[in-house]
Design a protein around this ligand. Structure first.
Ligand code: SAM
Length: 241
C-alpha cells in the first residue's frame, strides 16, 4: 500500500482561511471523502475546499456521518461505527491502489472531528497505513477574530467544552476558568442565558453564527437569542476579564 490518507482542516468557512498546505494536499489527492452531517448529501467541508481548489477530475464520495453523542472509552453507536467502517473500506480500496485520499474537514482536525475517528478505524484495520493530519484554522480562533476579542491573555486560562453538558458541570467550569468557549451551542442558549445572567457573565459573552461565512452574525445581546433557532455553526465565547 503506498497511498496516504490525509485529514485536512479547511478552516471555518471562508476558503481564504484555508492554509496553502491544505490547498496543495487537496489538489494533489486523487480522491476526496467529503463528510456530510445530513443525509441530503451536502458537505460544508466540500463547499469550502472547492472554493479554493478545483474539484473536477477527482473521485469524490460524499459520506454521511450521523451526528450522535460519542463518549470516549465507550463503544460508539452502531450507526456511527458503520459510517466509520464504510468510509474506511472506501479509503483502503484507494490506498491499496496507491492513490492518496483526502478527507476535508471543517476547522481544525484536532477539535471534535470525525476525521480522527476514521483515522483510528483505518489504523485498527491497517496498522501500517500512512496517515497525515493537516491542521486548519478552528472555528474557535475564527469566532474570536469575528468578535474582535482575544481568547486568553496574560494569566487567563482557556477551556473548550461542548455546550451539551448539564448546568452543574457548566457552572463548575465557569467558576474555575476565566475564558470558556462553548461549541455545539446552537440548541443550548435557552438554558445557558439564564445561567450566564445569574453569574453576571452576559455582558462579556459573545456568540458568533456561521463565522467567516457570507452570512456571519455576531451576537452581543444574548438575551435576544432565547427562543430563537440558531445555526449549528455557532460558537459562544465567555470571558470574565
Ligand atoms: C463538530 S465541531 C467541529 C469543530 C471544528 N473541527 C473546528 O475546529 O472548528 C462543530 C462545532 O464547531 C463550531 N463551528 C464550526 N464551524 C463554525 C463556524 N463557521 N462558525 C461558528 N461555529 C462553528 C460550532 O460550535 C459547531 O457546533
Amino acid at each position: 500500500m503506498t497511498g496516504t490518507f490525509y485529514v485536512v482542516g479547511v478552516g471555518p468557512g471562508d476558503p481564504e482561511l484555508m492554509t496553502i498546505k491544505a490547498a496543495r494536499i487537496l489538489d494533489q489527492s486523487a480522491a476526496w471523502l467529503t463528510p456530510s452531517a445530513s443525509k441530503d448529501g451536502i458537505s460544508t467541508a466540500f463547499t469550502i475546499a472547492s472554493g479554493a481548489v478545483r474539484a473536477d477530475g477527482k473521485e469524490i464520495l460524499t459520506h454521511h456521518f450521523p451526528m450522535k453523542k460519542i463518549y470516549r472509552g465507550e463503544p460508539a453507536d452502531l450507526e456511527v461505527q458503520e459510517a466509520w467502517d464504510d468510509a474506511t473500506s472506501w479509503i483502503l480500496s484507494h490506498l491499496e491502489q496507491g492513490h492518496d485520499v483526502a478527507l476535508p474537514t471543517l476547522g481544525d482536525p484536532a477539535i471534535y472531528c470525525t476525521g480522527f475517528y476514521v483515522a483510528e478505524t483505518l489504523l485498527a484495520r491497517s496498522p501500517m497505513a500512512n496517515i497525515e493530519i493537516i491542521p486548519g484554522i478552528s472555528a474557535i480562533g475564527a469566532t474570536a477574530a469575528a468578535a474582535k476579542t482575544p481568547l486568553c491573555l496574560g494569566d487567563d486560562e482557556l477551556v473548550v467544552i461542548p455546550a451539551v453538558f448539564e448546568n452543574s458541570k457548566i457552572r463548575e467550569v465557569l467558576s474555575q476558568f476565566n475564558a470558556v468557549v462553548f461549541m455545539k451551542v446552537f440548541k443550548s442558549m435557552d438554558r445557558l442565558v439564564p445561567l450566564l445572567e445569574e453569574l453576571g457573565l452576559l455582558d462579556t459573552s459573545v456568540l458568533v453564527e456561521r463565522t467567516s461565512m457570507a452570512d456571519e452574525r455576531v451576537h452581543h445581546d444574548l438575551k435576544a437569542l432565547v427562543g430563537k433557532e440558531l445555526h449549528y455553526f455557532s460558537t459562544l465565547i465567555v470571558r470574565k476579564n
